[in-house]
Design a protein around this ligand. Structure first.
Ligand code: GSH
Length: 252
């Protein structure tokens, strides 16, 4: 892990900023070290799965960063977000002159600046596998996303999964099972949590929220994800958010 792992704070503006950055300890005689403080745009902690992925990646990388909370429904915030992220989407990472949007690009950038954090496996073949499953998550599973939106505060025991989402669920569990068998768990690529775990963490929460039936290794993997201290921190913050998106709070 990076030696610069820092607690996360939050700031406020039209886009609400939370500073997650650790300020270097200043002493009278010490030369001022130049610490590049990153900022990461996020939207809801309860509902935004992409925000969670970006935030976990930054946490795993151990960089100090501030959270910039933006509301996608607020016109002023959207204008501000456009200045921060050309895609007008979260997450977007700004760090030391670099602006990086799209979660995969953020993961690769963080791996560049904090290689010691082990976001990607060291082995070339495992790294290729990690990139492939992370890319599949980044661009696929549209039916799963539509049918089982992330909602960390909700629980739907016995939820009947829409048939159109089942092939996506089956493919996710196939990826997880193969990774856990190949690399020995408890994370997808072995003992070290990393990029692929951040990419699939919101899916683990959806499987729990909607009571999706899983095989034993996948149940254990969901538990491993939920037990990560970073997940606990994120979920605790999500629970404090007001329930703003009524259609996602409906009973199925
Ligand atoms: N694959 C993209 C997806 C990003 C994405 O869809 N973000 C959503 C939040 S969950 C967003 O910003 N939505 C706001 C909007 O579309 O206005 C990425 O990795 O950045």
């Amino acid at each position: 892990m990076s030696p610069v792992a820092a607690p996360t704070k939050t700031k406020s503006a039209t886009a609400r900023k939370t500073s997650s950055a650790a300020k270097p300890a200043a002493t009278a005689h010490a030369p001022k070290a130049k610490v590049a403080v990153a900022s990461l745009t996020l939207s809801s902690k309860n509902y935004s799965s992409w925000s969670l992925r970006g935030w976990l990646l930054a946490k795993f990388a151990g960089i100090p960063f501030e959270e910039v909370m933006v509301s996608p429904d607020d016109a002023d915030a959207r204008k501000e977000l456009l200045l921060l992220a050309p895609s007008i989407r979260v997450p977007c990472l700004t760090h030391d002159g670099a602006k990086v949007w799209n979660t995969l690009a953020i993961a690769q950038y963080l791996n560049d600046i904090a290689p010691e954090a082990g976001l990607m496996p060291k082995d070339r073949i495992a790294r290729a596998h990690c990139r492939s499953v992370s890319g599949e998550m980044n661009s696929g599973f549209a039916n799963l996303r539509a049918a089982l939106p992330m909602n960390l505060k909700a629980r739907h025991p016995g939820h009947k999964v829409w048939a159109g989402a089942q092939p996506d669920i089956d493919r996710v569990t196939e990826i997880w099972t193969e990774c856990l068998e190949t690399y020995g768990g408890p994370y997808l690529f072995g003992a070290q949590r990393g990029m692929a775990d951040a990419m699939f963490a919101p899916v683990a929460t959806r499987f729990i929220t909607y009571d999706v039936k899983l095989n034993k290794p996948c149940i254990l993997y969901c538990q491993t994800i939920m037990a990560m201290p970073e997940m606990k921190e994120w979920i605790a913050a999500a629970k404090l958010e007001p329930d703003e998106i009524e259609e996602l709070d409906m009973d199925f």
